[in-house]
Design a protein around this ligand. Structure first.
Ligand SMILES: [Zn+2]
Length: 239
């Protein structure tokens, strides 16, 4: 092998090691798992915010509008998102919006959503910050998370799932997952890195596609980056 060939293959191996992914074929129920330890719970940051929306919607008829001032409101976007409704709050993964939403979530309603979607319920003493994926987050097995999103798409016409999907559609079109570059439903997450060598963070992105008549779900984790950056690599995992 030439030196150039060796370097190219080494780079390819390095790239593979940086990413883990699961692809679920919704029509046949078959899955490709390229994720060592996919059954083990991991903090996926904001990825599970859609299920907080379902819990909030179980006991409220309307979603609030919240003003995000950025860092001082606990948001990742230091300049602030301004006024956020539920659709933009999801699309932008606005922490200020979701901290305020989490504050009004009925714990029994959240447990019921977890039961319906097969998710592990958060600790009884989980803070609002953990619920929205900050600090130690709301750890979940990647396999379980993919199945929960599959159930979400099955329920797409049932309120407030329709609202969640409208937010995930905007997330893919113009929000944190826009780098996917595909008409789909998507959500991103960024969590502290759990790997060695250690990086500041790990990025997660999930996409349900095509948006019209979805057939597949892919969840991708990329070591050493953000969810928004991980979104760039998702299209390469799609057949
Ligand atoms: Zn914000």
């Amino acid at each position: 092998m030439t030196r150039r060939g060796f370097l190219a293959s080494a780079a390819a191996v390095n790239l593979l090691a940086r990413q883990s992914w699961i692809a679920l074929d919704l029509l046949h129920g078959s899955r490709n798992v390229h994720w060592p330890g996919a059954e083990n719970p991991v903090n996926m940051g904001s990825l599970l915010k859609p299920f907080l929306v379902l819990a909030y919607g179980a006991t409220h008829t309307h979603f609030p509008v919240t003003h995000c001032n950025g860092s001082k409101d606990g948001c990742w976007f230091s300049h602030g998102h301004g006024d956020q409704d539920i659709i933009n709050g999801l699309a932008n993964s606005c922490n200020a919006y979701f901290l305020s939403l989490a504050n009004e979530i009925d714990r029994a309603a959240l447990d019921s959503v977890c039961l319906s979607y097969g998710l592990s319920a958060p600790d009884r003493n989980a803070t609002n910050r953990k619920l929205i994926g900050l600090d130690l987050g709301w750890p979940q097995s990647p396999l379980v998370a993919v199945d929960a999103f599959a159930r979400l798409i099955q329920n797409r016409r049932v309120p407030p799932v329709d609202v969640v999907l409208a937010g995930m559609e905007r997330c893919a079109a113009s929000g944190t997952a826009r780098a996917i570059g595909l008409a789909c439903y998507a959500k991103t997450g960024t969590a502290p890195c759990i790997h060695t060598p250690h990086a500041p963070g790990d990025g997660f992105v999930i996409a349900i596609y095509p948006r019209i008549q979805p057939r597949n779900i892919t969840l991708l984790e990329e070591h050493g980056t953000t969810g928004a950056e991980a979104a760039r690599g998702l299209l390469r995992k799609i057949d």
